[in-house]
Design a protein around this ligand. Structure first.
Ligand code: FMN
Length: 226
């Protein structure tokens, strides 16, 4: 972890919009431990998300136990491999963007090293009318990603654990009516934060009425995002 022992002050100086523009999925992480106080700090940022009726349906469960992390990684890895395989095939084409290949490699690295990631943070929440309140839980997750960026932790948003979600939720001890919706692997980054590749806002901003840009099909591209 960085030399700054003042965890309270850590991250407070990052300008908001710069932090937003330089928050990206960081999937190559060190196995060094992360202080609980910092986990508390980033989760506190999560609690400032908006929620319907200010119901604040979230619960955050930080898995740090090595045996439990290994158990999760053993289930995530094969599911991820199956998921990414068709994209890896497509990436063999010379037309495939290099940034897509880099993302695949990083996502494969994460899957292969998930058991070494010091904190697997589950974002969970109360169901409402039988449905997870994703409208509140995803903003909470995004606030956590931004807070990690501010304090210098690496993190990415993942949802593949939902393939074995019930099993995980049981092991997390979530009560009936509470489900996890995202898993955020958190650790000190091996790489650096930086501006992620994004299409210009001018291709997706419209005033008063949608207008397709010249040459745009209007359909979403098929992206193997992971
Ligand atoms: C709903 C959702 C689910 C995602 N699931 C995964 C996942 O299971 N595994 C993974 O490595 N990344 C996952 N991601 C992360 C995306 O791949 C990432 O946000 C995207 O590639 C942009 O990354 P960048 O900000 O570094 O450009 C998910 C993102 C979202 C929004």
């Amino acid at each position: 972890m960085p030399g700054d022992p003042d965890l309270e002050a850590l991250g407070e100086e990052v300008p908001l919009l710069e932090g937003i523009r330089t928050t990206r999925a960081i999937r190559r992480l060190k196995s060094d431990p992360v202080p609980r106080e910092l986990i508390r700090k980033v989760c506190e940022a999560g609690t400032f998300a908006p929620s319907g009726g200010n119901r604040q349906p979230w619960h955050f469960v930080a898995v740090t136990d090595p045996e439990f992390r290994g158990w999760i990684a053993d289930r995530y890895r094969p599911i991820f491999r199956d998921y990414i395989a068709p994209g890896v095939e497509r990436a063999k084409s010379p037309d495939f963007p290099e940034s897509g290949r880099r993302m695949q490699r990083a996502a494969i690295h994460l899957a292969d090293h998930l058991h070494e990631v010091p904190v697997l943070l589950f974002v969970a929440g109360w169901l409402r009318r039988g449905e997870p309140q994703l409208q509140a839980l995803m903003p909470a997750a995004q606030n956590i990603l931004l807070a990690c960026r501010a304090v210098g932790l690496g993190v990415s948003l993942t949802t593949l654990h939902l393939s074995f979600g019930r099993e995980v939720d049981d092991r997390l001890g979530l009560p009936d009516g509470v489900r996890s919706c995202a898993m955020l692997p958190i650790g000190w980054p091996l790489g650096r934060y930086g501006r992620p590749p994004r299409r210009s806002v001018d291709t997706c901003l419209h005033f008063d009425r949608y207008e397709a840009a010249d040459g745009a099909s209007g359909e979403e591209e098929d992206r193997d995002a992971g």
